[in-house]
Design a protein. Sequence first.
Length: 418
Amino acid sequence: MQASNYVLFVSISKYLDYYINLAHRLGYKVILLSRKIDMDALIMVDVPVEVELNDKELVMQKVKELRNKFNICAAFTTNEYRVPLAKEIAVLLGLAHPVDLDAVLKCRNKKLTREKLADKGISPVRYQVATCSCSAKKFASEIGYPVVVKPSNDSGSRNVFCCRNEAELIEAFNIITNTKVNHVNEELDSDILVEEFLKGPEFSVEAGTDDEKTVIYSITAKMTTPLPYAVEIGHLSPARLDPLIKQQIEDLVRQAIDALGLRRCVTHTEIKLTPNGPRIVEVNARPGGDEIPRLVHITTGYDIRQIALYLALGYSLEEMPRDSVVARSAAIRFFVSEMDGEVMKFYLNNIKDNSHVLELEFYVRSGDYVTKTVDNFSRLGHIICYDPEGEMADQLVNALVEQVQITINPKERGGCIC
């Protein structure tokens, strides 16, 4: 009897059922390593393992025990916070080289990304690593406001501030320094990044890299809230770009991936198109967040989620499957709250019946208490549209957003409206 092959997933939450089903279709059984595994996941995975993921020594000991029992062919995650851990597990299992771990660590820590790109002369951005507000203020006064202030190792736009003056900079610095851990309770780096504010529209680039080359699958246009938070509230795939600009962006992303030493992974690179050309905001060694993989799949036939797992399993880019293209463009808009308060939501019942609507979903219910949207974690819902024949999916979704009313009654948590 042939021994089973396994893929080890590290704390995947979004699209977990998709990845389990994909692994099973490819003939692999699934080990799930997570701090807490819910009942649905317990039913789906073959080997559920609960372990405190912030205790690296304990995790590695558990992986050694699993290695003695199962033939593990890949260690994989799409969780931004756990990418380095998954790669370190892969190194332990002999599935990756230590230089691969070094590469993803540089991506995970924005300070290290900036240092590496600056060293290679790629995407010049004025920045300084600061440990106190005094040095941050001095740097900001030298380059001029606005400046972006952010922690080195958080994610989801959490505690990322665009500061228009010294008062806002000090406030942002205090908020970050008083936040001791990130979203998964990892200790935050004491170094805080202060960067020049890059003026211009924002894009993300979805790519895959094997041992030989990098393929750019799509460029997505982004819509953000006004400063100082600049939370992503809309995506359009593909972005409408002049061919020359598109080529400049793709060339820059390839240079950055090569400089960071990334391989056998997909990347999600955030770009600003400034008056001086495209500049890199950050490079992430994982699929794009939110619903970007779905938008790209609709408009290109390539499923970035699938490509990510295929690369971890050792497939080359030449072997990537491609489905039929569904539409020429697809877009998403997120619903946000302008204030703290209690939700009362209303929407037209026939919106879901619109032939261009793929999905309408709310993350909150009437009566829920919500906070002002200041990051990706505090949005209220989304709507996805596609345009089979044209490139105007964003205009379609924007028109439908106007038909969705979400009323927030200003109210303190547990309080009343007086």
